[in-house]
Ligand binder design. Sequence first.
Ligand code: DSN
Length: 450
Amino acid sequence: MAMMDDIEKSDSEISTAIKSEIKRQKEGLELIPSENYVSKAVLQAMGSILTNKYSEGYAGKRYYGGNRNIDTIESLAIARAKKAFNVEHANVQPYSGSPANFAVYCAVCKYGDVIMGQNLPDGGHLTHGWKTSMTGQLFKSVSYHVKPDGYLDIEEIRKLAIENKPKLIWVGATAYVREFPFEELGKIADEVGAYLAADIAHISGLVIAGVHKSPSPYAHIITTTTHKTLRGPRGGMIMVTRKGIEKDSELPQKIDRAIFPGLQGGPHDHTTAAIAVALGESLRPEFKVYAQQIVKNAKALGQSLMDNGIKIVTNGTDNHMVLVDLTPFGKGKGVLLQDAMDEANLTANKNTIPNDPSSPFYPSGLRLGTPAITTRGMKEEEMKLIGKWIAGIAKEVCGNELPEDKEQRNAFLKKFKDDIKSNQKVLATRKEVIELCRKFPLYPGMGILG
Ligand code: DSN
C-alpha cells in the first residue's frame, strides 16, 4: 500500500515526521494500555474519501443531501455495536471518549446535580467528575476510592451514594487492574435511584470477547472509546441497555439529542466506517483468541516483574493492564522509569498508584498494558523477557532522588534525560528490544510500513 507517495512529494516536513513515527512504532514496544495497532482494513477506512462528507443528523434524518452511503455505513456500525455489546441502542457519532461522557451528563443531569465517580489518583478518569474537568465544575462531584489493597471499596461507594443521592454514578477507570464490580454498582444505583453509566473504554474489547464481565445487565448506559482493546480508530460510542430503557423509555433519544445537536456537528464518517470495520473484526472468533491472549500476557508480564523483584498493585491483574508500584524506591519515581524506558524503546506512562505519596505529575507508579504487543503476536515467553528488561531499568535508575524544589527538580530531570542517553544498561536493552521487534513485524507487506 503506497500510502505515503503523495505526502512525500507535497509535504516533506509532515512526511519526514510520519516516517520517523513509523520507525518508532516498528522498533519499539508499545506498552501504554490504551494504545493498539489497528488492522490494515481499519487504516484503509480511516484514509478513505468518506472524510469529504457532511452528515449532521442520523440515518434517514440528515440535514444535507448525498448521504445514502453514509446511512448504510452508520447503520452497519450501529447494528454491529448492538450485537457486540448486547444493547438496545447505540450512538456511534461521539468524536471520542470525553465528548461521549459529557453527552451522558447532558442527557441525564442538570447543572449542579450530584454525580459520583472513581477518584482520579485512585485510577479514575478526568471526565468522571475530577476537579480540573468541567464535569467536576458543572456538577457536584463525589469521588469514591480504592482500598489500601487496590480493590474498589464497595462499602464506601454504597455509603457515599446513600448520603449524597447522586443522579449519575460512573463505573470504569483508566488505571484499575481488577474486574469491575458492575453487578454491585448496579444494585447501589438502583437503591438510590441513580443512573449507572459504565465507561468501559479500556476493556471494551475484553467485554466483547467475554473475557471481562459485561456491564450490559447492570448499567443503564455504556460508553467506550473505540481505539483501545477494541482496536479501532480513535472515536467513541454511547449505548443504552435494556435496563436503561426500562428506567427511562426516552433515554435513547436523550442520548442522541445530547450528541447532535447538543454537543457536536457533523460526524466523522471515515471514523464511523473504521469503527464499523473494527466492530466487524471484533465479532470474529479470532478476536476472542486475541483478547484471551491479552489477559494471559498481562498476567505473565506482572508475574515476570514480581519474579524480578518489582512490586505491582494488587499483586496481579484481571485485565490488560499492570500497575507498577515504585514506592519501594521512594516517591515520585514514575517519571524516571518512563524516561529511561523511552530511551530503551519501551513506551509506557508514569501513573499514580492508590494512596500515592506524590502528585499526579510526579506519580510513584507506571502503567503497562499488553493490547498492542499482543496484536504484534507476542506471547508469554516474550512477556517474561519484557518484565526482566523493565525490572532491570527500574533498578538502574529509580535509586535517584527527585529534588523537592521545583527548579532543582527540573534541572535534575534535564540532566537525567541527557545522562540516560549514554547509560550502558539502557542502550543494551534497546538493542535487545529492536531485535525482538524485528521478529514481530508491524504491517508486513505494506510497503513503507512493512
Ligand atoms: N488517555 C486515556 C488513557 O490512556 O487511559 C484515557 O482517556
